[in-house]
Design a protein around this ligand. Structure first.
Ligand SMILES: Nc1ncnc2c1ncn2[C@@H]1O[C@H](COP(=O)(O)OP(=O)(O)O)[C@@H](O)[C@H]1O
Ligand SMILES: [Mg+2]
Length: 148
């Protein structure tokens, strides 16, 4: 039933718990995980380029963002492995843009059976019960959506 499962990861503990749930489902259904990390590269890189121009940073800001994104995806993949999935069962993906919109786009384009996200992410807005990405994804999801 849930053969292709998309998980949104952002480096938060909440998202890693979402990976744990998704990985267990993938194992149960003999399916696979698509781990997606969305970064607003163009927006962030533009700001960083301005800073790096004055601070004489040696590394290209885009390169730094890509490395950070790779770390987020590596940590998520490791959680999937720990649940017992093989590397062939886990695909990591990047996207540039609005987090929720990119998750929805990927779900449609890749025809996934389920989206899994954490209830919270990295922001410190304690007042919100549910993060804005989880709210938007659950409202617009083309398929069943689990919020962990
Ligand atoms: N940049 C992102 N890329 C992919 N998934 C994300 C991203 N940001 C958040 N998510 C997903 O949405 C969940 C909720 O995060 P979010 O709504 O941003 O909460 P918060 O407001 O606490 O940051 C995360 O646990 C993760 O599953
Ligand atoms: Mg967030």
């Amino acid at each position: 039933m849930f053969q292709k499962i998309l998980v949104g990861v952002d480096g938060s503990e909440s998202a890693l718990r979402a990976v744990d749930v998704a990985a267990n489902l993938a194992k149960t259904f003999d399916g696979r995980l698509l781990l997606l990390h969305v970064v607003q590269v163009s927006a962030i890189a533009e700001e960083a380029l301005k800073i790096s121009a004055t601070a004489h940073l040696s590394e290209n800001p885009k390169g730094i963002l890509e490395r950070l994104s790779q770390d987020v995806l590596d940590a998520a993949r490791e959680r999937g492995r720990r649940v017992g999935l093989t590397d062939q069962q886990i695909t990591t993906l990047n996207a540039d843009g609005d987090q929720a919109r990119e998750l929805i786009n990927a779900a449609k384009r890749r025809k996934v059976d389920l989206i899994v996200v954490g209830s919270r992410g990295r922001s410190r807005l304690q007042g919100l019960l549910l993060g804005s990405v989880s709210q938007k994804v659950s409202a617009l999801s083309p398929c069943p959506c689990v919020i962990v």
